[in-house]
Each structure stands twice: as C-alpha cells, then as structure tokens.
Design a protein around this ligand. Structure first.
Ligand SMILES: O=C(O)CCC(=O)C(=O)O
Ligand SMILES: [Fe+2]
Length: 236
C-alpha cells in the first residue's frame, strides 16, 4: 500500500470548493514537488509505462502528443488518484443531486473503478501530455464511456516562463440560451486545476440549471510543456 499523499489534506479545500461552485474550476496550490514533476516528465520517454500514444494532429485534436499510462500505474500516481477521488466524491454527489442524477458515487475509488470495469470501461485514463513550440490542445471533454466521474485534474509539470511560454489552460462554459464564457487557469509548476469534465450545476433564481464545460490549451509560444491528466473513470 502506498501512503496517502499528505499534501492533499493541506490544500485549501474550502476555497477550492467555493471556486468550483462559482466557476466550475479551481487551482489547487502546489500538489507535486519539482522533483516529482521532473520524475513524471522523465517517464514520458519510457515507452513501457504506456498503453497508447496519441499524436493529436492525426485526429484533429490539436498539435502535440499524449500517452495513456498502462496498468499498473506508477504507485505515487495511483495513490494520488485514489486520494483525490475520495476528497472529491462528496462534491460529485452534491453536483449529481443538484442536476437530478443518481448521487451514488461510492466513497472509495476502488469501488468506483469496479463499477467502471463492470460497464466495460477497463482501460486506465491517467495520461502525460507533451507540447512543443506551436502545439495546442483543442477544446474537448474526456468522457471515455457512459460512466463519468464529473471532476478531473490537470497538473502542470513544467515551469511556466522558464520551460515554456504561452500554453495556457483554458476552459469554456456553455450556458443555456446565453453566450459562452472563457476562463484561464494560471498554473505554477506542480499545481493542478480541478474542473468539471462535462456538466455542472449553477444555482439560478428558479432552482439550478446545467452548464457544459470544455477544456483545452492555448498555443505554446516557446519551449516544451508537460502536463499530467488525472481522470477518475476508466475508458472503454
Ligand atoms: O495540457 C493540459 O493542460 C490539458 C490536458 C488535458 O486535456 C487533460 O488533462 O485532460
Ligand atoms: Fe483533457
């Protein structure tokens, strides 16, 4: 058993939850040390760790590439994924209830993964992404099957301003009968953004309504940018 990463408990969760309620996204403060970021970045070139590699340009997803980790996940990453799930599951249930969906995300990540596997979503989804100068990631959603945990994280592994410039994490929010809104999440190295995978509830004057979110990355203007994506549902 890998120990629960204690850094997760020291994050300012009341502020993170308030930001998520207000905007559907929140920056976390430092989650990974520069050493952990370097170790994860170095894994990108260790092909045996991954189940597949995607060249974004070939699919019209943007420009740049990413790789999905194979099982078993690196132990620290698996520990972070499960501990973050446990922290976010109550919030996921509150969102589901507000959107009139079954609020039955189990408290334990292993139980949720078992549900994904029973539904044929068997492949692990944590991924490393690599962007060089000129690369970008089109606005998208990481759905991967019928079962979706409603929140995910992206961790910035590189040092902005030093390793790369540009390459900002962008979110859009599509509101019913209104124009879409954009938000940029400025991240420091080792910091993550937590955000809505698909829909989230917004409190309105007559009950809550749903907005649809998409995320992407603006063009990297110079250097190389690496990120780690942590998605809690597995993929079909
Ligand atoms: O590189 C980024 O900042 C975004 C990565 C992404 O799309 C994800 O983590 O799902
Ligand atoms: Fe994504």
């Amino acid at each position: 058993m890998t120990r629960k990463p204690s850094r997760i408990d020291s994050l300012d969760w009341p502020r993170i939850e308030a930001d998520l309620a207000a905007r559907g996204c929140a920056v976390t403060g430092q989650l990974f040390t520069p050493e952990e970021c370097a170790a994860l970045t170095a894994m990108y070139d260790e092909g045996h760790r991954f189940r597949s590699r995607v060249v974004m340009q070939r699919h019209g997803f943007g420009q740049g590439e990413y790789q999905y980790f194979a099982n078993p996940l690196p132990p620290r990453l698996a520990a972070y994924r499960s501990a973050l799930y446990e922290r976010l599951a109550p919030l996921a249930n509150a969102w589901a209830a507000a959107m009139g969906q079954p609020a039955d995300y189990p408290p334990d990540h292993a139980a949720y993964l078992a549900r994904c596997h029973a539904a044929g979503q068997l492949r692990p989804t944590p991924l490393l992404l690599r962007y060089d100068e000129g690369d970008y990631n089109c606005l998208h959603q990481d759905l991967y099957g019928d079962l979706q945990f409603p929140l995910q994280l992206t961790v910035l592994l590189s040092k902005p301003g030093e390793d790369f410039t540009g390459g900002e994490f962008v979110l859009t929010e599509q509101r019913p009968r209104m124009q879409s809104r954009a938000e940029v999440a400025p991240l420091a190295q080792g910091e993550a953004v937590v955000f809505a995978v698909n829909q989230r509830p917004v409190a309105g004057t007559r009950g809550s309504y749903r907005v649809t979110m998409r995320h992407g990355v603006s063009r990297v203007r110079s250097g190389r940018r690496h990120t780690l994506g942590i998605i809690f549902h597995d993929a079909r």
